[in-house]
Design a protein around this ligand. Structure first.
Ligand code: C2O
Ligand code: CU
Ligand code: CU
Length: 440
């Protein structure tokens, strides 16, 4: 049992020349690191950050996945830090905060995709929870931050073409912890716990291990009740997942593969391009993004049977609809809409009562995936196209496929104030697909 503490850190958002995937690159960074420095905290801890903006644009910090106040100098996305200025961020994690993987990134509407795609993203580990289970304590642990980049010959970020900006910018250089195909060690006979964060601006990963299962133990920042064996794991921008990998008796080849995934580019291009057309076929190939090799022999380690108990939320008192679609907002001209309107910073779209439980029906009327994210409060996914979703899990981003309808259930707990929900394909968020919720 550790004593709650106060953690302090200095963060500088800056443009830096650094090494990415073994080559020199000019990126946006926190403290000249891509991904940025890991923050490790525990429930009850207070975090104090001194944040300096050395960029040429306004920026700020959002603590994605933390249940902390959306106001003041905590997780306030409406506060912008002008270039050259320093701001303090400070909050205390509630003592019953779930343990798991969260992250921080900028959140200034209009430049979020540019800043995140430039490199501004970093993990936060909330310690406790699953860490205490004997089987998981015995496992080796690795944190994998997935980012993709488009660099020109001089190692600078290539701005997206208008079409890619519309679709959601992607780069062909996929990095894990800023490296190309890094290697991780699985103790021979043992377990490896991978903690995965999709910190890409738009790319949806479809992950699989060569010939082996992924045992899912946590979704976004929260543990499951029991492991779920998966052949593939889809990870949309902003999503996190934790999986266990169990070693074979015989040495074998483990590569973490990214498989082809269609998030609706054909719809965007009006069906005019062939499947591999403009993408040159390269994005359509399975690609190894990391390798797992055998480490020291350990005592055989079983998979855990049970993880941490998880209760369903009570029945909702209110049902709301959110229709995601493409069009033209008649005030701003923005093309990505929620309920027919694009983001407006002065408007409260969704006033909710503090303490209430609501069902949100999120209806994707577009031929493109839109991963939906809500700040401050995590939720449970109830159904997809009317079919109940199992297992019960806590999420803060839910992937909503083209033409899909998803119901999520959320309790607005603890914190009053305004915050946002939005598509986590950050170009879509920057081009209107975001709304304001006020909890009171
Ligand atoms: Cu990860 Cu509103 O963001
Ligand atoms: Cu967030
Ligand atoms: Cu979207």
């Amino acid at each position: 049992v550790s004593q709650a503490g106060v953690l302090t850190a200095d963060l500088v958002a800056q443009s830096s020349r650094l090494s990415l995937a073994g080559q020199p690159a000019t990126l946006l960074s926190y403290n000249a690191q891509v991904p940025g420095p890991l923050l490790e905290i525990a429930p009850g801890d207070t975090l104090q950050l001194r944040f300096h903006n050395a960029l040429s644009q306004p920026t700020n910090l959002h603590f994605h996945g933390l249940h902390i106040p959306p106001t003041g100098n905590a997780d306030n996305v409406f506060r912008h830090v002008p270039p050259g200025e320093t701001a303090t961020y400070e909050f205390t994690l509630p003592i019953d905060h779930p343990a798991g993987l969260a992250w921080y990134h900028p959140h200034v509407h209009g430049v979020v995709a540019e800043q995140v795609f430039g490199g501004l993203a970093a993990p936060i580990l909330v310690r406790g929870g699953l860490d205490e289970l004997p089987e998981i304590k015995a496992a080796a642990e690795a944190l994998l931050v997935l980012q993709d980049f488009a660099l020109n010959r001089r190692g600078q970020i290539q701005p997206p073409s208008p079409m890619f900006q519309r679709w959601g910018r992607q780069g062909e250089l996929i990095t894990v912890n800023g490296q190309s195909q890094p290697r991780f060690r699985l103790p021979t006979g043992g377990l490896l716990r991978l903690r995965l964060l999709n910190a890409s601006a738009s790319r949806i990963y479809r992950l699989a291990l060569n010939q082996h299962l992924l045992h899912l133990i946590a979704t976004d920042g929260s543990p499951l009740a029991a492991p779920v064996a998966l052949e593939e794991l889809i990870l949309a921008p902003g999503e996190r997942a934790e999986v266990l990998i169990q070693g074979d008796r015989q040495p074998s080849e483990y590569a973490l593969m990214n498989l082809p995934y269609d998030r609706g580019i054909m719809d965007m291009m009006g069906g005019m391009m062939g499947g591999d057309g403009m993408m040159g076929g390269r994005l359509a190939q399975p690609q190894a993004i990391a390798h797992i090799e055998y480490g020291d022999r350990v005592e055989p380690q079983p998979l855990p049977q049970q993880l941490l108990a998880l209760d369903p939320l009570p029945q909702p008192s209110i049902k709301r609809e959110f229709v995601l679609d493409h069009g033209i907002d008649h005030h701003t001209g923005a093309p990505f809409l929620i309920n027919g309107r694009a983001f407006a910073p002065e408007r409260v779209d969704t006033p909710v009562q503090l303490g209430s439980v609501e069902d949100w029906h999120i209806i994707n009327r577009a031929g493109m995936d839109h991963p939906f994210h809500l700040h401050t409060n995590r939720f449970q996914v109830i159904s997809r196209n009317g079919q109940p979703v199992t297992p019960l899990a806590w999420k803060d981003v839910v992937a909503i496929k083209a033409y899909e309808e998803v119901v999520i259930r959320v309790r607005f707990a603890d914190y009053a104030g305004k915050t946002v929900y939005h598509c986590h394909i950050l170009d879509h968020e920057d081009q209107g697909m975001m709304g304001i919720i006020e909890m009171q």
